[in-house]
Design a protein around this ligand. Structure first.
Ligand code: AMP
Ligand code: ZN
Length: 114
């Protein structure tokens, strides 16, 4: 999508700190980190949110989660773990309408969210 900020990152039109990429996924550091480790895992195809996925996207969703935990381990989160979050639409607190998994690690996080 031409005006989507994450699609622009995928196309290299705006800068990002990339961590991992393959044909269908990209991981990059969040610009406003909420913990010592905070990166995003996104599909390269523009999908607005988790609720706009289809049965045909099951393997892509699996790949996103699998890559997320793999990258988390490379960034030192294996021993203490991390939080894997998907915000969706208004009530979920989604601000960028391109599906993304947040991975937050490097500190202990509270639960439940406020
Ligand atoms: P959400 O509120 O779940 O939609 O999360 C969107 C996330 O994208 C926020 O944590 C932002 O800090 C992050 N973000 C927005 N623009 C950029 C950018 N240009 N580079 C990296 N992260 C970004
Ligand atoms: Zn997009």
């Amino acid at each position: 999508m031409s005006d989507c900020i994450f699609c622009k990152i995928i196309r290299g039109e705006i800068p990002s700190k990339k961590i991992y990429e393959d044909d269908e996924t990209l991981a990059f550091y969040d610009a406003t980190p909420q913990s010592p480790v905070h990166f995003l895992l996104i599909p390269k195809r523009h999908i607005r949110n988790i609720m706009e996925t289809e049965a045909a996207d099951v393997s892509l969703l699996g790949a996103l989660l699998y890559r997320a935990q793999e990258v988390a381990k490379t960034l030192g989160c294996e021993e203490n773990g991390a939080r894997f979050v998907v915000n969706c639409k208004k009530d979920g607190g989604q601000t960028v309408d391109h599906l993304h998994i947040h991975v937050l690690g490097g500190r202990s996080l509270d639960w439940p969210p406020g």
